[in-house]
Structures are given as structure tokens and as C-alpha cells.
Design a protein around this ligand. Structure first.
Ligand SMILES: Nc1ncnc2c1ncn2[C@@H]1O[C@H](COP(=O)(O)OP(=O)(O)OP(=O)(O)O)[C@@H](O)[C@H]1O
Length: 261
């Protein structure tokens, strides 16, 4: 279970950031009073356009950055009070994971397994299972520097899961993957929810959200716009599918009108 209460994250902007954001403001409110609860045995999706605050939210849950305000509870542990305990329970897959190019996939997963305090036998079994599952076995003894972007992505997925975490947090899980690997990832996430894990993903792809998620929170400009199942979101916005509901909420917000969902 992951519960986020009134999460707010304000970034101080450097001159370079201000230029990039085309703003005169010295601060950026990336997440603004966000609350939601992702239950065990459920895939919860944060859906939103670029810059909506999805990655920032996931980074706060994953203990990588500190919230400015609010409280996050992961499996009964308050993130701010006990980040080390939370790290044992979660995995966070992001394309920011930097892997040492000189090492092989086999060595790297062993290294991460040891960091999680696993014994050699457990690491080996997990490596065999995950490498087979995500198609890493064929290149497990090559140098990471020689791998393609997709191969590195598959390896990152396997590494992030080595310690069999209770809470799986994937930022844009299918980004950059071919359709076969994308399917193996989504199938895996569906299996994980069946065995009672809590899965949280971020995506801007409607199809991924609709097919995969039990519950969806649509984020716009750092705020929660609406939360519910696809059916609930469609019903509450009076639209016939998630994409149309999303556009209604987006344009209502852009025009300053209340989404009223
Ligand atoms: N470290 C940072 N310093 C300053 N601003 C930041 C920082 N990280 C994120 N932001 C800003 O916060 C806002 C939300 O960014 P975030 O990456 O959370 O959005 P997102 O919904 O994940 O978008 P995307 O789909 O593009 O990944 C953006 O305007 C971004 O530029």
C-alpha cells in the first residue's frame, strides 16, 4: 500500500532552469497538494502530459527527493521518518538509472543483489528467472557499453526487481521498448498485482493506462484532476473513453474552467 497525502514539491530554479521554463519565477511548484492511495494487488497509474509532476511524485515516494510538504506512507512506514526501511520494500525503475558500461549484466545484477543484502544463491536464482523473463540471458556476459538502449532498458528492469520488492514503481515502464518486450513488462506487472504487490506506474500513453491500470489519477499542472477506474472517469466527465475524458479535463483546465469531475 502506498498513501500520498497533500504532497507538495517546490523546486528552486537556477537561472538556467528559469530560461528553460521560460519563467521569471524563482520557484516551480511541480506537485501541488496531491493525495491518492494505491492498494495492494492493484496497478495504480499516474497519467498526465509532460511536466505534470508524475516523475517528481514517484521520486518523492521512492525517497530520492524530499517533499516540501505532505506525508507519504509505504506499507505502514512513513517515508520521511524512515527512508532506509522504505527502500527495502520498493523498487523504482526510471530511465535515469546509470549503469557502469565496463561491467556485464551478470556482474551488475549480482552487485545490486548484494547491496540489498541477498545471498549468492538467491541472487543467482533471481538472475536466472528475471534474465530469462526479460530476454537478458543472451547478452548477460557482454559489456554494458556494447548494449543497445532497449537491451539496457531490459537489464534495468531486471536489476530493479532483483530483491523481489513489495511495491513496484515504474516510471514510463514501456518507453523505448519494442512491442515484444513492452508486452513482457506489462504481463509481468499484471502477474505482480495478482500475487498481491502494489504497482504504481506513470504514463502519458492512454492505451497503457486503460489496459493496465485498476485505478488512474490524472495529473495536470502538479494537481490531481480526477481519480478513479476508467469507467468512473468516463462517467464523471461524460465521455466515452479515457482519451476523450483526458482531453476534456485538459482543455477545461487550460481554459480556466472547473473540470467539475
Ligand atoms: N530538479 C528539478 N529542478 C527544477 N524543476 C524541476 C526539477 N524536476 C522537475 N522539475 C519541473 O517540475 C515539473 C514537473 O516535472 P516532472 O518530471 O515531475 O513531470 P512529468 O509529469 O514526469 O513529465 P514527463 O512526462 O515529461 O516526464 C516540470 O515543469 C519540470 O521542469
Amino acid at each position: 500500500m502506498v498513501e500520498v497525502k497533500n504532497l507538495k514539491k517546490i523546486f528552486k530554479l537556477s537561472k538556467k532552469d528559469m530560461k528553460k521554463e521560460k519563467t521569471k519565477q524563482r520557484e516551480k511548484i511541480a506537485v501541488d497538494g496531491l493525495s491518492f492511495k494505491a492498494e495492494q494487488g492493484q496497478i495504480f497509474g499516474l497519467l498526465g502530459p509532460n511536466g505534470a509532476g508524475k516523475t517528481t511524485t514517484l521520486r518523492c515516494i521512492s525517497t530520492l527527493i524530499k517533499p516540501t510538504e505532505g506525508e507519504i506512507n509505504v506499507e505502514g512506514i512513513i517515508v520521511e521518518a524512515n527512508p532506509e526501511m522504505v527502500r527495502k520494500k520498493i523498487c523504482f525503475l526510471t530511465n535515469e538509472l546509470k549503469l557502469d558500461t565496463h561491467f556485464t549484466p551478470a556482474y551488475t545484477i549480482e552487485y545490486f543483489g548484494k547491496l540489498h543484502g541477498m545471498d549468492t544463491g538467491a541472487i543467482y536464482r533471481r538472475k536466472e528467472e528475471l534474465f530469462k523473463r526479460f530476454g537478458v540471458s543472451d547478452f548477460e556476459n557482454m559489456a554494458i557499453g556494447e548494449l543497445s538502449t532497449g537491451m539496457k532498458q531490459k537489464l534495468s528492469i531486471a536489476i530493479s526487481l532483483v530483491h523481489d520488492p513489495k511495491v513496484i514503481i515504474f516510471d514510463e515502464p514501456t518507453n523505448g521498448l519494442d512491442i515484444i518486450t513492452a508486452k513482457s513488462v506489462t504481463d509481468y506487472l499484471l502477474e505482480m498485482k495478482e500475487v498481491g504487490k502494489t504497482v504504481i506506474i506513470s504514463t502519458h500513453i492512454m492505451d497503457v493506462a486503460e489496459k493496465l491500470c485498476d485505478k488512474i489519477a490524472i495529473m495536470l499542472d502538479g494537481k490531481l484532476s480526477i481519480e478513479g477506474t476508467t469507467e468512473e472517469i468516463c462517467r464523471n466527465t461524460g465521455q466515452k473513453n479515457l482519451e476523450e475524458a483526458f482531453f476534456k479535463l485538459y482543455f477545461d483546465q487550460a481554459s480556466g474552467g472547473a473540470a467539475n469531475a
